[in-house]
Design a protein around this ligand. Structure first.
Ligand SMILES: [Zn+2]
Length: 358
């Protein structure tokens, strides 16, 4: 009788645990196209599958292979049209804040990013961006500042972040500071190999890397920078690590070319992010337990495809919802209309193996 009761209890426990959990996501690759809207994706498809060639479409954009597609609302706590600081904070912490604020609530409370939640689970973490590493979107994943313009404070907070890998721009922010104290020795003391040479960084066998090959606020960067950076980051973060990783990758200049209304450069950035998404999906195919997300913080430029070709309706951001593409383990939970604050919450629950309402 006792044995039967024990078996019954065990069965109840198994049923309960089964209905309250999902398989844990091991690795997360979280790609953000700053300023990427629906028309930017349509531009990519139109250019690559041009009907004017009088031949069938031959090239499938990588994002067309996503296993789930969502729509994301982007408004901030104090504005219908978000900036990258509030947008990044929502996508990283799951909380709305005011425009210009990074990693803080409108009242100034410190918010915890999903990257930090990944660290608490023992995962390695990385950030790969094409902009300055202290710019609003990357900063939202590791810093807390009343204004995105507090670049000296944001860069100092990176030193304390324990993020394993950082690729981006902004070496000058580390070295040329108001107090004349370079942050490089502090990073080296924490075990980072620091590079300003991109080819050296790609050859590095270090476990903790800061590579900032761009200096000055320029859009130029090494060829294949984002795809190569993603491949190198997954290699570094997977090395001798069975707990997995959380990696944020930002294609930063879709936004900039949207602001400038520069069609051709915008298209090149879309080609770049789409290739990066493909590489992330390839990694997921060969590394079970990997979730890939690609979304945006907001749309920029009010891009439309008209009879006259591509047209811009603004030099600023817009309030339109942005697309989200998901691939790999847990992708099915993102196929819906959601608030931007939901995205990191779902990622966190998946990393913890917690059940998700659909
Ligand atoms: Zn912008």
């Amino acid at each position: 009788m006792k044995k039967q009761i024990t078996l019954l209890c065990l069965a109840v426990l198994l049923v309960l645990s089964g209905c309250c959990s999902t398989p844990k996501v091991k690795n997360v690759i979280y790609i953000i196209g700053d300023g990427m809207g629906h028309a930017d994706l349509s531009l990519l498809v139109r250019e690559q599958q041009s009907p004017s060639d009088q031949k069938p479409a031959v090239k499938t954009a990588s994002f067309e292979k996503a296993q789930a597609v969502g729509l994301v609302k982007t408004y901030s706590a104090n504005a219908e049209i978000t900036d990258s600081a509030a947008g990044g904070t929502a996508l990283s912490t799951g909380k709305k804040t005011n425009n210009d604020m990074v990693g803080l609530s409108p009242g100034g409370d410190t918010l915890t990013s999903v990257l930090v939640e990944a660290q608490k689970l023992g995962k390695k973490t990385g950030i790969v961006v094409s902009c300055y590493f202290i710019d609003a979107t990357p900063a939202a994943f590791f810093a807390h500042a009343p204004s995105r313009k507090d670049v000296w404070e944001i860069s100092r907070q990176f030193v304390d972040s324990d993020i394993d890998l950082l690729f981006g721009g902004g070496m000058d922010v580390l070295t040329t500071r108001p107090d004349s104290v370079s942050l490089i020795p502090a990073l080296e003391e924490k075990g980072y190999a620091v590079y300003s040479d991109w080819s050296e960084a790609l050859k590095s066998d270090a476990f903790k890397i800061v590579a900032l090959p761009k200096s000055g606020y320029v859009y130029e960067r090494p060829e294949n920078y984002l795809p190569d950076g993603l491949i190198k980051a997954t290699e570094v973060l997977s090395k001798e690590n069975d707990k997995g990783f959380f990696l944020m990758v930002e294609s930063s200049f879709i936004d900039g070319y949207g602001h400038r209304n520069q069609r051709d450069s915008l298209y090149e950035e879309m080609v770049d992010i789409d290739r990066t998404f493909q590489i992330a999906m390839d990694f997921a195919d060969t590394h079970p337990g990997t979730l890939v997300i690609m979304t945006a913080d907001h749309e920029t430029g009010g891009v439309t495809l008209t009879y006259n070709g591509i047209e811009f309706s603004t030099k600023g951001h817009t309030a339109t919802m942005v697309p989200l593409f998901a691939y790999g383990q847990g992708a099915e939970y993102f196929g819906k209309v959601m608030d931007n604050t939901e995205v990191p919450k779902i990622i966190e629950r998946l990393m913890r193996g917690q059940r998700i309402e659909q």
